[in-house]
Design a protein around this ligand. Structure first.
Ligand code: PRX
Length: 635
């Protein structure tokens, strides 16, 4: 029996048990039957969480682009691989077939070679969401260069830090990018960054917005003329399964960003297998993930996972609000999207708008809705379910991390019954467990604790670039022989997991451990409220007390704030208990967010604690302007 595509719950349990009882045989079968290897492995798995060292499919050889492109050419040469939807809805969408993708990746790979990039070299990719972005990742992989994508919205400082940390010799960028009605001067940001990056020899520049930019002689080269001259044949470099495929930086709670290193074979197998099942992708479906390729979600579930399955994956350049807040639904309707994967922050922003913007469009093609990146609050879950999914498309609330490479806990749509705010069951092969603060494993159901993973899975990051010690300390030192996720979670009576948020978001009030997510959920039920964030601040008697930052749906509305405060605390009292009531409630015009849409609680905590002397680096925030406003009105 092939276990590659799970179709009902009983089968899930059966395959899950098999994957736990005998992981090596299980993964050997999945890897052996569904991928193209130049040479099979000598050993399926070798691991030691103490060192830590994890190796999957050691001795195997492959090239991931042969799996993502070449092997589909016999049957899918004319099928769309990447469907590019530009920022401007009046600009025509571009359908890049597997045949065309093959040529474009090979040409790009030849340009890289010609410019001196070799196997193992690091290439920084700072490109907006245009086809060249996906193609540049694949071109690096074609020749065995290690890509390090930096989200093309990060500042020059953030870019320079990342370029230097992994010693990139080339930067791929564009003249500029579109973002709704605005343009961003990307090349200017690169120029600024490179003032402090001595190792970069070449900058390849894609033309997107046709702006006037300066090109530094000898270093900067327009991409297109080089591509035009390049051959569209490029032999794939044969890589070892454990050769690094890419580095992707993720911010820790302290210190400089961590360059998570993902390797080739295991990453490919796991992202492809999760993609197939978590989205129930079927031949000819159109799949759309709204994330940016600058994040792990885009790497795994716009590029590698979908292409390894021969899927059609949408690549959207724009933003949900341009030309209006109906844009997502317009695109779903226009391209008849079947699977739609987005983040709670986008869902909440869209839910603030009227449902008329949805009703204008035909969303009947949708079969699966996904959510990722942070806990999805109950109100947003229902809004998504009722208005977008019309109560017929299951929502997969998928929990995972940059470090995990692929989805770890998720419902499988049409297989796992969903439950609002629950990521539900571990994916095949994943062995989660909950630990208490003393390091004891919590057995049975109806418990909550710190989420760890007991056994390696194929796409776990293997190290932090240049700092294996930090890798060990961050993920393998909190609990003996376990990968520690940094998240808190609870397991309900049937064994479903609910992620309650980062453990550092746990606030202890009068000796009670309070997760912020359930409190925010309760607050967000209030019809006047669009978003909230709870942090702790020092309190003489309680140790810590709760401070709530709350954004109203209609900021201009003249509501009585005192009454609102009472209503909010009543709601919390009703839903969770009086212990979770807020001591302070500040109404805000917005909450500081990272570029990936996560609320920056670190800043809010400092303001609540009246410790604003050093707020840290706010330059990478999406909306740095709201910080001053929050400080000015702090309680
Ligand atoms: O706290 C969890 C939260 O996002 C963290 C990982 O962030 P990042 O590495 O940026 O990757 C995001 C995309 C995979 C996790 O430690 N998180 C992610 N998905 C969920 C989530 N929290 C709750 N529910 C989720 N579905």
């Amino acid at each position: 029996m092939s276990n590659y595509h799970i179709k009902h719950l009983e089968e899930y349990y059966q395959v899950y048990r098999k994957s736990i009882r005998d992981p090596e045989n299980f993964w050997e079968e999945i890897a052996g039957e569904h991928f193209l290897w130049r040479k099979k492995w000598d050993k399926v798995l070798d691991w030691d969480f103490k060192k830590p060292e994890i190796k999957w499919f050691e001795g195997a050889q492959l090239n991931i682009t042969e799996n993502c492109i070449d092997r589909h050419l016999t049957t899918k040469s004319d099928q769309t691989a990447i469907l590019f939807e530009p920022n401007d809805p009046n600009e025509e969408a571009e359908h890049i077939t597997y045949g065309q993708l093959h040529k474009r990746v090979n040409q790009f790979a030849n340009v890289l070679k010609e410019q001196g990039v070799k196997r193992g070299d690091r290439v920084c990719i700072y490109v907006p969401m245009i086809p060249e972005l996906a193609i540049s990742l694949l071109a690096c992989a074609r020749i065995g260069a290690i890509h390090s994508v930096v989200f093309a919205g990060f500042s020059s400082k953030a870019l320079a830090t990342r370029i230097n940390d992994s010693d990139c010799k080339m930067v791929i960028t564009a003249d500029g990018s579109y973002r709704g009605s605005k343009t961003i001067d990307l090349k200017g940001i690169v120029d600024e960054a490179l003032k402090s990056c001595k190792g970069v020899q070449t900058v390849l520049v894609a033309k997107r917005i046709n702006s006037e930019i300066t090109m530094k002689a000898g270093r900067d080269k327009w991409l297109q003329p080089l591509l035009d001259k390049a051959s569209y044949k490029c032999k794939a470099e044969i890589m070892n399964a454990e050769d690094p495929l890419f580095i992707l930086y993720t911010s820790g709670s302290t210190g400089k960003p961590k360059g998570m290193v993902h390797t080739t074979g295991g990453y490919m197998v796991y992202t492809a297998y999760t993609f197939k099942n978590a989205f129930q992708y079927k031949e000819n479906d159109v799949y759309w993930c709204t994330a940016d390729i600058g994040w792990i979600t885009g790497h795994s579930y716009i590029v590698y996972g979908p292409l390894a399955n021969g899927a059609t994956t949408v690549l959207f350049e724009g933003v949900p609000s341009y030309p209006d807040f109906g844009r997502f639904w317009d695109i779903v309707d226009k391209h008849k999207v079947n699977q739609f994967y987005t983040a709670p922050t986008a869902i909440r922003a869209l839910a603030k708008q009227g449902v008329e913007l949805i009703q204008k469009y035909d969303l009947s093609s949708l079969k699966v809705l996904g959510s990722v990146g942070e806990p999805i609050n109950e109100e947003a879950w229902h809004w998504y379910n009722d208005n977008v999914g019309k109560s017929k498309s299951p929502i997969i609330d998928s929990w995972w991390q940059t470090e995990t490479g692929g989805i770890m806990i998720t419902p499988i749509p049409y297989v796992t019954p969903t439950k609002p705010t629950y990521a539900t069951l571990p994916f095949i092969g994943i062995q989660p467990c909950l630990m208490d603060e003393e390091g004891k494993q919590l057995k049975g159901n109806q418990v909550d604790g710190r989420l760890c993973i007991k056994f390696p899975w194929p796409s776990i990051a293997r190290t932090i670039w240049g700092n294996h010690q930090r890798y060990k300390e961050t993920y393998f030192s909190a609990y003996d022989n376990m990968y520690f996720t940094g998240d808190g979670a609870l397991r309900d009576e049937v064994g479903y997991y609910r992620i309650t948020g980062r453990v550092d978001d746990v606030i202890i009030v009068s000796g009670h451990n309070l997760g912020t997510a359930p409190i925010e959920d309760a607050i967000n039920e209030h019809p006047a409220i669009s978003e909230s964030a709870i942090v702790g601040f020092p309190h003489d008697i309680k140790g810590s007390a709760l401070y709530g930052y709350i954004t109203l749906k209609d900021a201009g509305e003249s509501r009585n704030h005192e009454n609102l405060r009472k209503e909010i605390n009543q709601l919390i009292s009703d839903r969770i208990g009086p212990i979770s009531k807020l001591d302070k409630i500040q109404f805000t015009t917005g909450l500081p967010k990272t570029r990936s849409g996560k609320i920056m609680r670190r800043i809010l905590r400092k303001i609540a604690s009246k410790d604003t002397s050093n707020l840290g680096d706010t330059s990478t925030l999406l909306n740095p302007e709201c910080v001053q406003d929050i400080m000015d009105n702090a309680l």
